[in-house]
Design a protein around this ligand. Structure first.
Ligand code: ZN
Length: 209
């Protein structure tokens, strides 16, 4: 928990990584940096606008997620017949051909879980942004941080590409809009996890409860 980028509301002791001098530093405001009084190396930095950027990325994620579900992922063309496959129809099709477990797995990892996670993230970040307080923010955020939903999406995307390559001999495969938005979603979510500063949320919790 304690680290160079950790923000705090009280004065804390920090040891300089370069000259080992121990010194007390005050809570930092956004964009401010605390430097060692002896050697001027950076002791702590408060990232600027990480909350705004994270919220914008989460909202972009929701739009991309909706596109991913509204449009076909792939179109298969064989023998003059074209078949559009969306995330939901893939899941239903798996159920139809007696693969209930796989069907549920696809449904949970590509639709339900990402939907709930994105909604939860927007709820948490939006609440912090608006200064709104709720007892749910902490538990939801802790849960979001403990699950690796985005990792699942990456695996799924890889599986689609592999399946596409394998089916390539049997049918003509046309990538759908959803495949691109899905790909963009994976990138946006990676950006989100690198931009997000969890202390923005914890600090909000500390000051409002
Ligand atoms: Zn120093």
């Amino acid at each position: 928990m304690q680290g160079e980028k950790h923000k705090h509301t009280q004065r804390v002791l920090r040891i300089c990584h370069d000259c080992d001098l121990i010194q007390e530093i005050p809570p930092l405001k956004a964009g401010k940096t605390a430097r060692c009084i002896r050697c001027h190396s950076i002791l702590e930095r408060h990232r600027t606008n990480s909350l705004d950027r994270s919220l914008a990325l989460a909202l972009t994620g929701i739009i991309l997620f909706m596109l991913s579900n509204l449009f076909p992922l792939l179109s298969l063309k064989a023998g003059g017949v074209a078949l559009d496959s969306t995330l939901l129809s893939s899941s239903i099709e798996l159920f139809r051909i007696d693969r209930p477990l796989l069907s549920l797995l696809v449904f949970f990892t590509t639709i339900l879980f990402p939907a709930l996670s994105l909604a939860g993230m927007v709820y948490v970040l939006g609440s912090v942004k608006l200064g709104h307080n709720s007892q749910w923010i902490g538990p939801i955020f802790r849960f979001l941080r403990s699950t690796d939903v985005w990792g699942m999406l990456e695996v799924f995307l890889l599986a689609i590409i592999v399946a596409g390559v394998k089916l390539g001999d049997l049918a003509e495969i046309i990538p759908g809009i959803s495949l691109y938005s899905f790909f963009a979603l994976v990138i946006i979510l990676a950006l989100l996890s690198s931009t997000l500063d969890p202390d923005d949320v914890w600090q909000h919790q500390e000051t409002t409860t």
